[in-house]
Design a protein around this ligand. Structure first.
Ligand code: KG4
Ligand code: ZN
Length: 335
């Protein structure tokens, strides 16, 4: 039995978890800074770093307490080394290095996206081959996962899917983070009211959502110039139509890529994977194509440390340990 204490602090959640054998969550503690950043309409990096500093010790202690573990029960310390906000990453990386040194356990550096990719295995038995659709606030991509490794099929050329949700929400006057707010407003809106543009990029598996974002902004500016402020019903219609455009593209391109590559399963990951309409559309289309679908519970879709513990387990088995001169890398490449 291997117990990994994992730490995640790449953006605005200070998180720690204890995960057994890469799949059983003994604890999963998340201290979110969303209320702090909400008044600014987005994450303020300097404030995020300071809050991580205050939260990290109590969050790690709480993760150990809830898991019923002392330091002696921990076999390794894992941490997100990048990508993310450098000041935020540094808090987790420094803490993990000090802790690994103090309790004389190996240190494991985990790529944030790899964590998202592995989140589903905390709830479902997962074995390659499959297609991963990673959609979060900072990245969207399609990754073919096989026994041999991972191969990027496509990625975002501009705004990531979550970024598009956040920016459109902001333009509509909805609070940060925009994804859940758009989803809530969309429940009362008409997804067919506006036919917002979809960038299909037929020749590739890449994504682009900046055209959609501009179309929504142009629509709002046009209305405002003629003196019309959107009322609640209009906000809900725009939210529903924009959400439909994003989910339409993500799901259709994922299913097409899985079909072309002969992959029998699509695994959803990242904060946008919490979106109910995306799950519904993806399942409908994948079912029709005879392709399976799997996604984590919402709490494991958005940033958390349990996913870092899951991803760290493979590295633990492979003896892939980091040295104590590990540094946070805000632009860490996946491979
Ligand atoms: O994975 P994540 O927690 O952080 C990053 O690694 O970026 O993803 C956060 C993103 C935000 O853009 C947020 O608006 C979006 O995920 N998100 C959602 C939903 N919940 C979170 N987007 C659409 N629908 C949701 N229900
Ligand atoms: Zn993330």
């Amino acid at each position: 039995m291997t117990r990994i204490l994992a730490i995640e602090s790449s953006c605005d959640e200070t998180a720690a978890a204890v995960v057994e054998d890469g799949k059983t969550i003994l604890s999963n503690v998340i201290a979110t800074q969303i209320p702090v950043h909400r008044i600014f309409g987005g994450v303020v990096p300097e404030i995020a770093g300071r809050h991580h500093l205050e939260a990290i010790s109590p969050v790690v202690r709480e993760a150990l307490t809830r898991a019923g573990c002392g330091y002696d029960d921990i076999d390794a310390v894992a941490v997100t080394a990048g990508p993310g906000l450098v000041g935020s990453l540094l808090v987790g990386v420094s803490y993990a290095k000090a802790l690994a040194q103090a309790i004389d356990r190996p240190l494991i550096a985990v790529h944030h996206w790899l964590g998202h990719l592995q989140a589903a295995r905390l709830e479902h038995p997962l074995s390659p081959p499959y297609l991963a659709l990673v959609a979060s606030g900072s990245h969207s991509g399609l990754i073919a996962v096989s026994e041999e490794g991972r191969r990027f099929l496509g990625r975002s050329r501009d705004d990531a899917a979550g970024e598009a949700f956040d920016k459109i929400a902001r333009a509509l006057g909805l609070p940060y983070p925009g994804g859940p707010e758009i989803a809530k407003a969309a429940e009362k809106g008409d997804p067919e009211k506006y036919d917002f543009p979809r960038a299909w990029l037929e020749e590739s598996d890449d994504f682009s959502f900046s055209g959609l974002k501009s179309a929504v902004l142009n629509h709002l500016n046009h209305e405002r110039m003629s003196g019309k402020e959107p009322d609640e019903a209009e906000i809900c219609d725009i939210a529903a139509s924009a959400q439909e455009a994003i989910c339409d593209v993500l799901s259709a391109k994922a299913v097409a890529a899985a079909q072309r590559e002969g992959l029998p399963l699509i695994v959803l990951a990242g904060g946008v994977a919490a979106n109910a309409r995306l799950r519904e559309l993806l399942r409908q289309r994948a079912d029709a194509a005879g392709i399976g679908t799997v996604w984590p519970s919402p709490v494991l879709c958005t940033d958390n440390a349990a996913m870092i513990g899951a991803a760290a387990y493979d590295k633990y088995l492979a003896g892939e340990f980091a040295s104590l001169d590990l540094n946070a890398d805000p632009r860490l490449p996946l491979e």
